[in-house]
Design a protein. Sequence first.
Length: 157
Amino acid sequence: MSKHPNQALLEHFYTSFQNKDYAGMQACYTDDATFSDEVFHNLDAIQVRAMWEMLIRNGKDLQLEFSKVTADEDTGSAYWEASYTLSATGRKVLNKIKASFEFENGKIKKHVDRFDFYAWARQAFGFTGILLGWTPYFRKKVNSTVMGNLARFMQQK
């Protein structure tokens, strides 16, 4: 049985990510795609493309593994793990992520990544993450910081 074209699309997306090929990743999205995860909320297609470029350019030691890629005509999912050093703190992080997708015309229309924010915060911020990582205030602060970083990155392009 051959794999669905949308499964091949997701495998191309994550292989591009592994190879730090942000242009390959960007090409997988529709012109009106959206993305959300625990820190980047409700990004539009322009922001999604810029986010992947920013993360790849800044993620000098980024390593990625992916598995459990499935897809049909409308939806898909994958599991992936990213290992990297968070530049803001210099701390190593292993983030375990469940991704879900919606497709339109052979491209990603909606992409949602889910991970344990508190587990991530403990790794990324150490003692501060242990104390505050579970609070809405800390989540909001992290979101504000990353969105500011993304806006600055986009302005510099």
